[in-house]
Design a protein around this ligand. Structure first.
Ligand code: ZN
Length: 267
């Protein structure tokens, strides 16, 4: 079948599935078109064209054809590998954090709805998750920025009910319904396990206004990471109204790291 000249854009692989015997179905978040799903013909058979390229979290330069029908698939003609992000597929902690973040991107985006800030956040997140010594901290920070990009930035400065500033010794719940805090003075009955400490909230608040270059320098203890991930998960779950499948394993990892740190077996 004759095809037009391909178009070109850069993108990150979010998901790779099989399509029939020989083809791959690849979902990417691209610079020019946002999320798209492409068919890569012969990707399981042809060893040359796509070898080692169509892997989760790879950064690619794509040559593609647009779908012939509105609900059709993009046709991936060729891909150049820009960055493989290999550590994300070799280290289970990095892999879990990357899978979780890409699941969020897949669930919060529509096909062909490009958002430059989201592309930039994804680029930063995958690069950091590949190299940072504490991937789960990066995971929490990325989720805070994701909420801002999506327009759901939480208010982390005052209790949403009594309007008192965040101050010790209070602890706080991040209310999923509206992204505000509830202090322990306002609701002493609320779940203890979901509470965030003042230190964690202050860090997350600082994350919201910190540039990508400076973000990795912000510190958060393993316990703080666990609190942050729990609070963010509840909020994201409420926004999505849909299960986040990669959460269980990510949560288990954050929980184990917090326990290890508290018993002095910090990695
Ligand atoms: Zn209050």
């Amino acid at each position: 079948m004759a095809r037009d000249f391909p178009q070109k854009t850069n993108g990150y692989v979010l998901h790779v599935g099989r399509y029939g015997e020989a083809d791959k179905l690849v979902t990417l978040y691209t610079q020019d078109r946002g999320r798209i799903t492409c068919i890569a013909k012969g990707a399981y058979k042809s060893k040359q064209r796509f070898v080692n390229k169509l892997e989760p979290y790879s950064h690619l330069c794509l040559f593609y054809q647009t779908p012939r029908t509105p609900s059709g698939l993009f046709f991936l003609q060729e891909a150049e590998l820009l960055q493989s992000h290999l550590p994300l597929r070799q280290d289970s902690r990095r892999y879990l954090a990357a899978s979780h973040f890409s699941e969020l991107i897949l669930k919060f985006t529509q096909e062909q709805d490009p958002e430059p800030a989201l592309y930039q956040l994804l680029a930063w997140t995958l690069a950091q998750l590949s190299q940072a010594s504490v991937p789960l901290k990066i995971s929490a920070f990325s989720q805070v920025h994701l909420l801002s990009v999506l327009g759901y930035q939480p208010n982390l400065q005052t209790c949403g009910r009594c309007h008192q500033p965040v101050t010790p010794p209070s602890t706080y719940l991040l209310l999923p319904g509206n992204g505000t805090l509830l202090c322990s003075n306002c609701d002493a009955q609320a779940s203890l396990t979901m509470r965030l400490s003042v230190q964690t909230i202050r860090t997350l608040d600082r994350v919201q206004s910190t540039s990508f270059e400076r973000l990795p320098r912000l510190q958060l203890t393993p316990q703080g990471v666990l609190e942050a991930l729990n609070g963010l998960h509840n909020y994201l779950l409420h926004l999505l109204q849909h299960d986040i499948h990669s959460w269980q394993l990510l949560h288990q990892l954050a929980h184990n790291q917090a326990i290890a740190a508290s018993t002095g077996h910090c990695k």
